[in-house]
Design a protein. Structure first.
Length: 244
């Protein structure tokens, strides 16, 4: 079944928007003042992000549910002929995937902002409000922060590519549990972006939205959760092809 360009774009846009609405939403619930989930802890964030992935994958089924440029680049590096059934691997289709993912991530983060508007209006450090949208390192060391993102994204993309070679009936649940595991095990140093769209799209939204007391968007760090995941995704695609 061929998938039109419009269907591809809408699918990836909506899937990534649902991903960020759920993911940014759980972070907001845990770290913003006066929420029901305030101080809910790291594992609540991990499980919230995993379930956000679960929803996003279902929503974006028509396009193969990449909802992450690192997955798109990984499939490309893997030597596949199609990004998903009916969608050939071409530079144009790769551009459509990444553009739709970035736009969807920005919109999803903006919707999370609207859901928590009154809590964003409360007194809180600007860095706390930014953390709802984008990741940041606990210890700022750009080179090592990149290494962390490369490793985390490598695990994500390599295992996702192996799902296609292993018979199972878990579907999107398998990806959701994988993301929970990566967050719990490798997410501590940088907040595990493992997805350039998940970080850059919302960071742009943060810069544009009228958030009370928001502070800067930390653009000096913004390249790390873009470069690291892309490198990790490509390396995963190459290794998956080598061991296939």
């Amino acid at each position: 079944m061929d998938v039109s360009t419009g269907e591809l774009i809408v699918s990836e846009f909506l899937g990534t928007a649902f991903l960020l609405l759920g993911g940014a939403g759980v972070v907001a619930n845990v770290i913003l003042p006066k929420t029901k989930g305030f101080n809910g802890g790291w594992l609540l964030i991990n499980f919230g992000w995993g379930l956000a992935v679960f929803a996003g994958v279902f929503v974006a089924y028509r396009s193969g549910a990449h909802i992450n440029p690192a997955v798109t680049f990984g499939i490309w590096a893997n030597g596949a002929e199609e990004f998903a059934p009916g969608i050939p691997v071409t530079a144009a289709n790769g551009f459509y995937y990444v553009t739709a993912q970035m736009a969807g991530a920005a919109v999803g983060a903006a919707l999370a902002f609207l859901a928590y508007k009154k809590h964003f209006d409360q007194e809180a450090p600007g860095a706390t409000k930014l953390a709802v949208f984008s990741t940041g390192p606990e210890i700022r060391s750009y080179g090592w922060n990149v290494v962390t993102e490369v490793i985390g994204t490598f695990v994500l993309v390599f295992v996702v590519l192996q799902f296609g070679n292993t018979p199972h009936e878990l579907g999107p649940l398998a990806v959701a549990l994988l993301v929970v595991g990566i967050g719990a095990s490798l997410g501590g140093p940088t907040g595990y972006a493992i997805n350039p769209a998940r970080d850059l799209g919302p960071r742009i939204a943060h810069a544009l939205l009228p958030i009370k007391g928001k502070g800067p968007s930390d653009w000096s760090y913004s390249w790390v959760p873009v470069v690291g995941p892309i490198v990790g995704g490509v390396l995963a695609g190459l290794l998956a092809a080598a061991v296939a």
